[in-house]
Design a protein around this ligand. Structure first.
Ligand code: SIN
Length: 485
């Protein structure tokens, strides 16, 4: 923390209506790599959540009525400040979340990129005119900001998951209240400080930091002044939040869990597939919703893929992400490590073979070795569950139809990946995979210009891209009569 150049970025209380709300009750934020205490943060609850919603409500009319070009200028200022302070923001992020510094730098640019993207996209909220059935009438369609947006965001992307939602909401003319994960509030508060420096008016962007996710979530999902609720996190929590939102019929978007298949066909470029699998599996120590969860390899190339992949995995450097040349940082908590260890152990008991790693890493109690399991079958715990850790289960397959059936045999439908060169196969498989996003000969697919989101129990709505604004807009139909004299 001492190396943070701009100390104003180190905030420790909620940001509501342009004010910092300190309280006597605090909670501890610690570094998952070392377990050192980083900060004591004021613990906000139900009342602060209500206050933030009221502030956002009060700010809404003026913000929604501002010309999109003017909102864009303020968002652009915010983007510029985030990039100007990229080093500090990345350091804060690595310290509280654990990901390697280079990855954190990437996340800041990714998060800021959404703000830049939506600053522009907000200028293009077009309506429609529709030929009417009667000469005396005109049918017009306009799109308007839905109102106050409440969001709950996860610890695995403490900056980008807020930016992806807030940028679209603010560009559309909505005001915004977010509760970031209690493990990673400092990145969110640094964003609020920069939003203020950028000139975003009081009440437009509010951050409520508190440990009691349930109480804050209850307010966000039931308050009649919230028009839209958006969540990134697990499917189990998402389902109960959707139920809570039903009581006031809120517009809802959900980015939930995944169980991404990564398929290597026998015509794949194996070296490229290995590179893609490393990127897609081990990014953020395997803790992303789009991380590869099951690697399917066609029998003819199983030996060569496994050999090259094992050598790449064994070369990954594990350690404190703040140090140089680290590719795998800690997991978020000891419980997260325990869960992964259990899934690995149970799968080995059921016949999986440990090919690499498999144990806690000596770097500290929150570290787990990059792991490969072979001879995995689709019913084993590492294949059925979202592992959310640095573990690669390899499953052999015979035919295209077999692997498609296995890949789709899950309640999830977020991201899928496959490597193949045959053009017919590429189309067939791309269409057959029941997923919202498919990487074809590509392991890293997240991009501000692309629609991020899932099908099935992985959620609803899209973030990023031109489609990302739709979730924050309501379509209004205007019927103009009395046209004829
Ligand atoms: C996530 O894990 O939910 C987000 C991953 C990404 O944006 O790439």
């Amino acid at each position: 923390m001492q190396k943070i150049k701009q100390s104003a970025l180190l905030k420790t209380s909620s940001y509501i209506n342009g004010q910092w709300h300190a309280s006597d009750v605090t909670f501890t934020v610690s570094n998952p790599a070392t377990n050192e205490v980083l900060a004591q943060v004021s613990d906000a609850g139900e009342n602060d959540a209500k206050l933030a919603i009221q502030a956002a409500k009060k700010a809404f009319r003026a913000w929604a009525d501002m010309a999109a070009h003017e909102r864009a200028k303020l968002l652009r200022n915010w983007f510029n400040l985030m990039m100007e302070h990229q080093d500090d923001l990345a350091r804060i992020l690595t310290l509280e979340q654990g990901k390697p510094l280079a990855e954190a730098q990437g996340e800041i640019a990714y998060g800021a990129g959404f703000i830049e993207w939506f600053a522009e996209e907000g200028k293009r909220v077009y309506g429609d005119t529709i030929p009417s059935l009667s000469a005396d009438q005109k049918i017009l369609v306009i799109k308007q900001a839905v109102g106050v947006v409440a969001a709950i965001t996860p610890w695995n992307f403490p900056n980008a998951m807020i930016a992806r939602k807030a940028a679209a909401a603010l560009a559309a003319g909505c005001t915004f209240v977010v509760r970031p994960a209690a493990q990673t509030p400092l990145s969110a508060l640094a964003m609020a400080e920069l939003a203020e420096q950028a000139g975003i008016p009081a009440g437009v962007f509010n951050v409520v930091v508190g440990q009691d996710a349930r109480a804050i979530g209850e307010v966000f999902t039931t308050d009649t002044d919230v028009a839209k609720f958006t969540f990134t996190g697990s499917t189990a929590v998402g389902k109960s939040l959707i139920k809570q939102c039903a009581s006031t019929v809120k517009k809802v978007s959900m980015e939930l869990g995944g169980n991404a298949p990564f398929i290597v066909f026998n015509d794949a470029d194996i070296a490229e597939a290995v590179k893609g699998a490393i990127n897609s599996k081990y990014r953020n120590a395997g803790q992303t919703c789009v991380c590869t969860n099951r690697i399917f390899v066609q029998k003819e190339v199983l030996a060569s893929f496994t050999e090259q992949f094992t050598s790449a995995v064994n070369n990954l450097h594990v350690g404190n992400g703040i140090n140089d040349n680290i590719q795998i940082g800690p997991m978020i908590s000891t419980e997260a490590v325990d869960n992964v260890a259990k899934l690995v152990e149970k799968s080995i008991q059921q016949g999986a073979i440990l090919h690499a790693g498999g144990k806690r890493h000596q770097a500290g109690r929150n570290f787990f070795q990059p792991t490969i399991l072979t001879q995995v079958t689709p019913d084993m715990p590492v294949a059925r569950n979202e592992v959310f850790g640095p573990v690669s289960p390899i499953i052999a397959f015979e035919s295209e139809s077999d692997v498609i059936a296995m890949a789709n045999d899950t309640e999830y439908g977020l991201a899928a990946y496959f490597y193949a060169r045959d053009i017919g196969r590429v189309w067939r498989v791309a269409q057959a995979l029941e997923y919202g996003m498919v990487g074809i000969n590509e392991g890293l697919i997240s991009n501000v210009a692309a629609p991020f989101g899932g099908v099935k129990q992985s959620g609803s709505g899209r973030e990023g891209s031109k489609y990302g604004l739709d979730d924050y807009l309501a379509i209004k139909y205007l019927c103009m009569g009395g046209i004829k004299d």
